[in-house]
Design a protein around this ligand. Structure first.
Ligand code: C2O
Ligand code: CU
Length: 492
């Protein structure tokens, strides 16, 4: 029962019964057949955890953080920090509405926690040490228990010394599926993009390598990984549509994927499906972000096509001395090429928050000159975290956050526990509408987002997901509570 968990077996049996009862026509509409060669995704398949709970709507797992020797390429091994010994950690997969219970044990030499990036959960489950729970010390256990309210690809990672611990290998994907999402593509891969730095002996790079410059540039490991492997091979039939669910879990690196001019059809982002699909030739995925795309790569049967991450200028240090990286190899099978079908026209009705009556809150990011000791810090409205007081929001209040990046680096901005909606200068949603929890704010630009806080009171973090930036101050909190004090813009 390791590879095929009980619940998957149960659902497999259920779908077989359904097929038997409803006839081939009805079954075909529900479960489209795979168009790919057998074993096509064997090199990138993620390990799934065992489910200890007999209830089909409850996924109950153990998750242990520990140091493990991991092979990322032939004869290339690293002593990584892992969940359950794997890089990435186990692929947690559930259905929307399910309850997830995780018995987390910390067997690392340092304290840790698990933060569930993008999940709308109660504050007690948010995994921020000193704010939502005590840090889980070596040898200790903490139980996370919450309901998965939204379909989408999410992920998990520590929130204690995040830059170091994520950089060392602690991250995993959490896919919440909606069986009725209407996408109708059988061949799906979840891709965890990351990087890791280590020496010839497999010893991890020190987390503070490069000193203050490393903090400001954002550290990138030289080994770029897709599901824990360097440029793994995906065997595909030319023209067959596939659904790729992608998350960037890197500590600082941006990914700019390129299919050599072939198109990506984007159907969703952080908070599930977007209003309608869009197409693009490149796909920018900044740290913390997710995308849900349909691709139908074509090539001569028997040939190979590398998929690259191109250079993207997110500020000084991100393109200088850096190179294009191959993240994946598509190996076309010898099956005759298919004509790619038109991408599915999946749509979603999204009701945006209203800008009318929203409370405006301004944030400005700056990077003052380094101090006399040679340290740099990022500031939010003049304060580096944790020197600023919390911002405030009332239960049920809608706020318009106007976030000005007055620095020469991009910052992927992330808010815990809530989705927000990017809007224009008039407060109108950017189209197509999409729910986001992480949004890139390019250097010297301003982003505007609307967020409605609900009944989930608590102190919620926001920060840059270039985790090196978060560590040197680009972080803050919003305290969501019963009453709205009149001091939003003057909380410091
Ligand atoms: Cu991925 Cu504080 O977050
Ligand atoms: Cu940043």
């Amino acid at each position: 029962m390791n590879l095929l968990s009980t619940r998957r077996l149960v659902s497999l049996i259920a779908s077989v019964c359904l097929t038997a009862m409803s006839g081939p026509g009805a079954a075909a509409a529900q479960t489209p057949a795979s168009l790919e060669p057998a074993g096509w995704d064997a090199n990138v398949r993620l390990a799934e955890p065992a489910d200890h709970n007999p209830d089909p709507h409850v996924l109950e797992i153990d998750l242990t953080a520990r140091v493990a020797d991991v092979e990322v390429a032939p004869n290339t091994r690293v002593k990584a920090w892992t969940y359950d010994g794997g890089l990435p950690g186990p692929f947690i997969r559930a259905k929307v509405g399910d309850r997830l219970i995780v018995h987390f044990t910390n067997n690392l030499p340092e304290p840790s926690t698990v933060h569930w990036h993008g999940i709308r959960l109660p504050i007690e489950m948010d995994g921020v040490p000193g704010i939502s729970q005590p840090a889980v010390k070596p040898g200790e256990t903490f139980v996370y228990d919450f309901v998965l309210r939204d379909a989408g690809l999410f992920w998990y990672h520590p929130h204690h010394m995040s830059a170091a611990q994520v950089g060392f290998g602690l991250y995993g994907a959490l896919l919440v599926e909606d069986p009725n999402d209407g996408v109708g593509i059988a061949d799906q891969v979840t891709m965890v993009l990351s990087d890791i730095g280590f020496d010839k002996n497999g010893a991890l790079d020190p987390p503070d390598s490069g000193g203050s410059a490393g903090d400001v540039f954002g550290r990138e490991g030289e080994h770029v990984l897709l599901n824990g492997h360097k440029a793994p091979v995906l065997r595909v039939r030319s023209g067959a549509p596939q659904r790729w669910r992608i998350v960037n879990t890197a500590r600082s690196r941006f990914f700019l994927l390129d299919l050599q001019g072939q198109k990506f059809t984007v159907i969703g982002t952080d908070g599930g499906l977007q209003e309608r699909p869009t197409t693009s030739e490149v796909l920018l995925i900044t740290p913390g972000e997710r995308v849900d795309v349909i691709v139908a790569p074509t090539g001569a049967p028997g040939s190979e096509m590398p998929v690259y991450s191109m250079l993207y200028n997110r500020g000084y240090g991100s393109v200088e001395f850096r190179s294009i990286e191959q993240v994946l190899t598509l190996a076309f099978s010898t099956d005759p090429a298919m004509t790619p079908p038109p991408p599915p026209s999946v749509s979603r009705t999204i009701v945006p928050p209203s800008a009318a009556g929203a409370t405006r809150v301004d944030f400005t990011f700056t990077l003052p000159a380094m101090d006399s000791a040679g340290h740099s810090e990022f500031q939010v409205n003049g304060f580096p975290y944790p020197k600023a007081k919390p911002y405030r929001a009332a239960l049920g209040e809608t706020q318009l956050w106007v976030i000005k990046n007055d620095t020469k680096w991009d910052h992927p901005f992330h808010l815990h526990g809530y989705f927000f909606m990017p809007v224009d200068e008039q407060g109108q949603p950017l189209r197509p509408m999409a729910w986001k929890d992480t949004i890139n704010i390019p250097m010297n630009t301003t982003a505007r987002v609307l967020v409605t806080f609900d009944e989930r009171a608590g102190t919620w973090m926001f920060h840059c997901h270039i985790l090196d930036h978060a560590e040197i101050g680009l972080m803050g909190t919003v305290h969501v509570g019963p009453s709205a004090p009149a001091e939003h813009t003057h909380s410091n």
